[in-house]
Ligand binder design. Structure first.
Ligand code: G3I
Length: 333
């Protein structure tokens, strides 16, 4: 926990018209775990479903939608004055077998994707602030990800189509392209830049780029991040840090936690200068994807498994407080 009189991240962020948030764990949320939900409401003014809004979770069988968990999250965000990010409409992972384990004609695949996007975005029209329309379409070495079901079925045009369909279903939603390890300057981030540049030039309704920020110990902001942010924003696009965590080898030492705090503090400072929002991918080490996917690593989030604030939380708070002292408060907040 944090001291009762400690300023909350969401209150500090609101002073700048900024949004700080986190991904919501399906189990903890649907079980309504009190310490989890209480901290979620107290600290964050934007949330996103870690898994509840993915294709496989929403549509586990043909012509079948399971809305309960996602509906509850949408209602929770509204009830707690939170913005909601939608994650994610088009991804190469977490697709149901009824989609991937049969052959489709291009026309059938196109119709399937259009129907999914318009069904989901249409259901939450006006209630989702920003959608991760397309997630991770660029390969780690640059160029299109060729192991994407959608790329294999439709070629690269699936990307522009997805944005167009999402826009038709909710003209007011902010539409993002979201990816990982494309925050600095690299062949991958060059491909992301070229992709969104070409979409903008073709007048495809894309509005933002998400930097996932899945980071390792020792990460620091560099001039490359600032250059990449500048060129993306130069296209008229919004930026957000969408899935931040800083994995540590475990068990983590005090020195590692201090280094992690510096990563979070520097990221928050950069986000306040360049982004609309900073979200972490979970907020407590009790519920993080990392230990299961990266054995030997964890302790990646701002609160420990007992919901105690870590130095990373304090660093985020200090960055927000520092911004409060250097920039005029947003009178509209
Ligand atoms: O829901 C099923 C459950 O029915 C089944 O019993 C259980 C055991 O097989 O699996 C459950 O699904 C798991 C799902 O998380 C929900 O818990 C999947 O196996 C598991 O692979 C899935 O992991 C998610 C991962 O994406 C999939 O690649 C993580 O929770 C989630 O944090 C992670 O999030 C992604 C973002 O969406 C995109 N950016 C990268 C980020 C980290 O990989």
């Amino acid at each position: 926990m944090t001291a009762q009189n400690s300023p909350r991240l969401r209150d500090l962020a609101a002073q700048h018209g900024f949004y700080v948030g986190t991904a919501v764990h399906t189990g903890a949320f649907t079980r309504a775990e009190a310490p989890y939900c209480d901290l979620l409401k107290r600290e964050f003014n934007v949330i996103v479903a870690e898994n509840m809004m993915k294709f496989v979770e929403l549509s586990p069988a043909p012509d079948t939608y399971a809305w309960n968990a996602a509906d509850a999250l949408v209602d929770f965000a509204a009830a707690n004055d939170m913005k909601l990010r939608g994650h994610t409409l088009v991804w190469h992972q977490q697709l149901p077998q009824w989609v991937t384990h049969r052959s489709w004609t291009p026309e059938e695949a196109r119709s399937l994707l259009e129907r999914h996007i318009k069904t989901v975005v249409g259901r939450y029209r006006g209630r989702v602030w920003a959608w991760d329309v397309v997630n991770e379409a660029i390969a780690d070495t640059g160029g299109y990800r060729s192991d994407s079901f959608w790329y294999q079925q439709l070629g690269a045009e699936y990307i522009a189509l997805a944005f167009q369909w999402a826009h038709e279903a909710d003209p007011n939603a902010i539409l993002y392209y979201n990816d990982y390890e494309a925050e600095g300057l690299s062949p991958k981030s060059d491909s992301v830049y070229e992709l969104v540049r070409d979409l903008k030039q073709a007048e495809v309704p894309i509005h933002g780029v998400g930097w996932q920020m899945h980071l390792s110990e020792g990460w620091r902001v560099t001039a490359e991040h600032r250059s990449n942010a500048e060129r993306l924003r130069g296209l008229g696009l919004e930026l957000s840090m969408t899935e931040m965590d800083v994995r540590l080898s475990t068990p983590a030492s005090a020195a590692q936690l201090e280094s992690q705090a510096r990563s979070y503090g520097e990221a928050m400072e950069l986000a306040l200068e360049t982004c609309a929002a900073l979200l972490t991918w979970g907020f407590t080490d009790k519920y993080s994807w990392i230990p299961g996917f990266r054995p030997g690593y964890g302790a990646a989030l701002p609160f420990d498994a007992d919901y105690q604030a870590k130095p990373a939380y304090t660093a985020m708070q200090q960055a927000l407080l520092g911004a409060a002292q250097t920039a005029p408060l947003d009178q509209g907040a």
